[in-house]
Design a protein around this ligand. Structure first.
Ligand code: SF4
Length: 315
């Protein structure tokens, strides 16, 4: 019989690792697919693919993803995570690859029989309830070709199951938020190293989400550089201006590299301490009171200079 080929979305989290394992155990030939954006990278997926011994392809969809994050059709989760839209975007790409329509490295001419994910029915209240799973399948145009091995027995049989390409009896019926069954399976498969769910996505981080929400508010056309700045330092806002104070030498270096035309950089001349970046998103000159505040913050976050009266600044 011709080899059955599946394209599996692998984030590197436990669920997607288990989904891959379950299909691999049915002797299905797996190619893992992962994505990188400004908010998550491919590192976890690379580790998992190595451990699972499956080939991994990575798509950098940063720009397109940011555009979606700014205005998700189906809204955000608990933080700034637009998980439904994010899944749809990934699965649309997966569909193009499955059909062999999109040039894809060495896989140019390869077609896959179906796409699989590690989604679990009811695990996440917003993006993995029955309605959301149906919606994701419909919007990604993968009707019938999207298999969720961990919850398959609770969902309608997919085309590869109906055709006998996948043995439905060997798929699972996991649902709900408890991770008990997944952890038992991880033990059974002797998996040791797996990250927490959604652990690699900054959009699920409350503190980062707060910063991002503010950035979208004051700079709707923000780009990569602005997002990268959100990952660094302590942040203070003054209307449309942001003050970012480096927390250590490494961050000071990164802040310096990220600075662009119009930004003001402040540091102390006679004491060691943070490098502070001031960025006005209205692209006008930074006002004097804001510069004074930035200097005070720079001094405050230097243990050596905090109570000194002779601090000199360069800007
Ligand atoms: S947690 Fe992040 S990467 Fe995962 S679906 Fe949600 S937005 Fe996308």
């Amino acid at each position: 019989m011709k080899k059955v080929k599946a394209l599996v979305l692998l984030s590197g989290g436990l669920d997607s690792i288990l989904a891959t394992k379950i299909l691999k155990n049915q002797r299905i030939r797996i190619t893992a697919l992962s994505f990188k954006s400004y908010f998550f990278n491919e590192k976890q997926a690379q580790r998992a693919a190595k451990e699972l011994r499956v080939p991994l392809r990575i798509i950098d969809f940063s720009k397109e993803h940011l555009k979606m994050v700014k205005k998700p059709k189906y809204g955000y989760g608990k933080n700034m995570n637009p998980c439904i839209d994010c899944h749809i975007l990934m699965l649309k790409k997966a569909k193009e690859i499955m059909e062999g329509k999109k040039p894809f490295g060495k896989l140019r001419a390869t077609k896959f029989h179906f796409v699989a994910t590690g989604e679990v029915l009811g695990e996440r209240p917003m993006s993995q309830n029955k309605k959301a799973l149906d919606l994701i399948e419909k919007e990604s145009s993968l009707r019938g070709y999207l298999l969720r091995p961990l919850s398959a027995k609770l969902l309608k049989p997919t085309i590869p199951e109906k055709l006998g390409l996948v043995d439905r009896n060997k798929l699972l019926d996991i649902s709900g938020r408890s991770r008990k069954k997944q952890l038992e399976l991880a033990k059974k498969f002797k998996l040791k190293d797996f990250p927490a769910p959604a652990g690699g996505c900054l959009l699920t981080d409350p503190e980062f989400s707060k910063r991002l929400r503010k950035l979208f508010e004051i700079s709707p056309d923000c780009r990569r550089n602005d997002i990268e700045l959100l990952k660094l330092g302590r942040h203070f806002s003054e209307n449309t201006t942001k003050i970012v104070v480096g927390r250590n030498e490494d961050e000071n270096g990164k802040i310096k590299k990220i600075a662009q035309k119009g930004d003001v950089l402040i540091e102390m001349e006679n004491y060691s301490g943070p490098l502070t970046l001031v960025r006005n998103y209205q692209k006008t000159k930074v006002s004097k009171p804001i510069l004074e505040r930035a200097k005070k913050l720079t001094q405050y976050y230097s243990t050596k200079a905090r109570n000194k009266k002779d601090v000199k600044f360069t800007q």
